[in-house]
Design a protein around this ligand. Structure first.
Ligand code: ZN
Length: 228
């Protein structure tokens, strides 16, 4: 429910919770109240008015801040998943945590009072699971084409690289962040790392293989590096 209390526009969400919570979302300063189902509007009003100075102060601080890229993992934020933008919807509830993918939403069901760090960690866990569902079929698709064998693979959160290849162990690691990019970019990184099983260095021979396997690889690499 959208309303205004003491000149502050806000959203009230009635939930099956025991206490009232207030959030001022970054970067737009939107105010969201989560209130127990039975709490009266008057009680909510009193609560908001008691917090008025704090809300105004927080909103002012967001106004003066450059738009932050850092996600707060709150309802309404934009989340990337395999190259598409989804709107995050966080639902606090008592059951087991889960993430569901709807048409244009990523719905995160978590325990009441989870911190930003916990939400972030949970989304990353989900990203990892989604990547792990896609990677085996890519490896299986390319092994016979490239005539190489991947003995081991894993997903790691890496700061500076999209993937790595341990040639001796026939092992490839893929960056967790690839779950945000479109599937073609994930495939490009898988093919790139697998190509190292044919050629260690980034030399003419290496790029010759890439041109042969994935003629579009330069475009995909550019896309990957521009968006992230
Ligand atoms: Zn490489």
């Amino acid at each position: 429910m959208e309303t205004e209390i003491g000149g502050i526009p806000l959203t009230i969400e009635k939930k099956k919770i025991k206490n009232i919570y207030l959030k001022v979302l970054s970067p737009n300063g939107k105010v969201v109240i989560s209130a127990p189902k039975r709490m009266s509007l008057k009680a909510i009003e009193e609560f908001v008015i008691s917090k008025q100075d704090w809300i105004l102060d927080k909103r002012k601080r967001y106004e003066n801040q450059p738009i932050q890229e850092a996600l707060q993992y709150e309802t309404g934020e934009k989340i990337m998943f395999f190259g598409r933008e989804y709107s995050l919807e966080v639902q606090e509830y008592g059951g087991c945590k889960k993430i569901a993918l709807a048409e244009d939403k990523i719905q995160m069901y978590i325990k009441e009072g989870c911190t930003r760090e916990q939400r972030k960690q949970y989304l990353n866990e989900w990203y990892r699971k989604q990547l792990k569902l896609r990677i085996p079929e890519l490896i299986e698709k390319w092994e016979p084409v490239m005539k190489v064998q991947v003995k081991e693979w894993n997903v790691k959160n890496m700061k500076t690289r999209w993937g790595t290849c341990n040639i001796a162990a026939h092992r490839i690691w893929l960056n967790l962040q690839l779950a945000k990019s479109k599937p073609e970019c994930l495939e490009y990184v898988v093919v790139h790392e697998m190509t190292h099983l044919l050629e260690r260095n980034h030399n003419e021979r290496f790029y010759g293989y890439m041109d042969l396997f994935l003629p579009e690889w330069r475009k995909l690499r550019k896309e990957l590096n521009e968006k992230n």
